[in-house]
Design a protein around this ligand. Structure first.
Ligand code: FES
Ligand SMILES: [Fe+2]
Length: 444
């Protein structure tokens, strides 16, 4: 891919300005409104309203006593009281100020201070969006065709039953979600940023690692591919055995899913703590805020521990008060002192300090930026398509409605190495898992 292709053109500069926007009146926001979005965990909706900002719109979610979920505008269309302080009653949410009540489709079902047969009820239609509950999460669709929304594509990892699935939420960020997505499309950064203070391979993993994997980026092969769901980045490393390569694939699904074989602390010699499949999705709050939902699938054969002990503070999804692992110097007055050594903290610092909306027109892309360039290419095409009334990048699913993305990480023989959008092999085969000489999974 030609990295510099048209990047200085006025049209591309317009695109760069548009790219991080999320609101209903923006071109990029219109693209986002073609997809379903995660709102909260199902268990977050009990018997009181749940305020939630999505794509720049303030909303309130609620669960009625019969178990149904509604998602309506946060501001009461009567006299602007906050519906997050409303009362859940019957099939709807009742404003606490004068009792106007809204059902899950925004229809007003009661106005207790108006005459019994007042027509006003039928004239009010509040903002509402359809929701679905699936995999322990509430999802919403904010597109124009909300009366007949497309089916929710099911992300494969949430359908897996071959391991223990851990889903985490609550990591809030104060910058554009595209800073996060672009960081994920940029595999090269792993070889610099996450090697500033690399982790040690734990003793119990060492005997099962190929310590000869050559981690020098310039000797590795790095390729990116557009796929039926978004894009895939592949890096292939040599080992001492010319017939064996170490392959690592990362996937991005439009517009907010990411997936990789877990790196929890820098790069050990064969890039593995565990080769567990990890990833997540972003709840896009507005142009400069998002929340990370993370999931990890731990299968028999995965090393369960992380390199470093975890603190109990998971309020930002990051252990130990957003600190790295290196010594904190008494004269370090930076916002994130001693930040090096823990990849999630390293990523946070770099993503946030680029700016809430970075001055992308000042950038100079290099050859390692092929992933960023591909992600932008997909987005630019999507924005152009939606502006012309066509759909954005479509996510293909299998016959069960599942998005198959997969992220194989492990050793492959040179003969079966396939550099392309397809997986090599499929990680569901379990070949990437850590096994002993007899082929049995090493960890329980
Ligand atoms: S402001 Fe909500 S019913 Fe009056
Ligand atoms: Fe990173």
């Amino acid at each position: 891919m030609d990295i510099s292709e048209n990047t200085r053109s006025a049209a591309h500069q317009d695109f760069l300005r548009e790219f991080p926007l999320t609101g209903p009146g923006t071109k990029a926001g219109k693209v986002l409104r073609h997809y379903w979005h995660p709102v909260c965990l199902s268990k977050d909706l009990v018997d009181i309203p749940y305020p939630v900002r999505m794509l720049g719109e303030d909303l309130v979610a609620f669960r009625t006593p019969d178990g149904k979920v509604g998602l309506v505008g946060a501001v009461c269309p009567h006299r602007c009281a906050a519906l997050e302080y409303g009362q859940i009653e019957g099939r709807g949410l009742k404003c606490s100020y004068h009792g106007w009540t809204y059902d899950a489709r925004g229809r007003c079902t009661d106005m207790p201070l108006e005459p019994e047969n007042s027509p006003l009820k039928n004239e009010v239609r509040h903002i509402w969006y359809p929701t679905i509950e699936w995999a322990g999460l509430v999802w919403c669709y904010m597109g124009e065709d909300k009366e007949s929304p497309p089916p929710l594509p099911k992300i494969d990892i949430l359908t897996r039953d071959d391991g223990e699935l851990i889903v985490d939420r609550g990591d809030f960020r104060n910058y554009s979600y595209q800073n996060f997505m672009e960081n994920f499309a940029d595999l090269g950064h792993v070889y610099v940023l996450h090697l500033i203070a690399p982790g040690e391979v734990p003793e119990d993993v060492k005997p099962h690692c190929d310590m000869t994997v050559d981690t020098e980026w310039r000797r590795a092969e790095h390729r990116v591919f557009e796929t039926h769901f978004g894009m895939k980045s592949v890096v292939v490393h040599n080992t001492a055995d010319p017939k064996r390569k170490f392959a690592n694939t990362w996937s991005l699904v439009m517009p907010y899913y990411f997936r990789f074989g877990g790196i929890t602390a820098g790069l050990p010699p064969d890039f593995t703590v565990d080769r567990r499949e990890s990833g997540g999705m972003l709840r896009i709050i507005d142009d400069t805020h998002f929340e990370i939902f993370r999931y990890t699938l731990i299968r028999p054969g995965n090393f369960r521990s992380t390199f470093f002990p975890r603190g109990n503070d998971t309020s930002r999804g990051l252990a130990e008060g957003v600190r790295g692992t290196v010594e904190k110097k008494p004269y370090d007055y930076r916002r994130y002192p001693a930040w090096e050594g823990r990849p999630p903290v390293e990523d946070l610092v770099i993503q946030e300090t680029q700016g809430a909306i970075p001055p992308r027109h000042l950038e100079t892309l290099g050859t390692s930026d092929i992933g960023v360039a591909l992600l932008r290419k997909i987005w630019r095409r999507s924005i152009d398509n939606v502006a012309q009334g066509k759909p954005p990048k479509q996510i293909e699913t299998d016959e069960n409605g599942v998005i198959r993305i997969d992220t194989f990480k492990g050793l492959v023989s040179t003969g079966e190495l396939k550099l392309g959008p397809a997986n090599m092999p499929d990680s569901r085969e379990g070949r990437g898992l850590i096994r002993d000489a007899q082929g049995k999974p090493v960890f329980k």
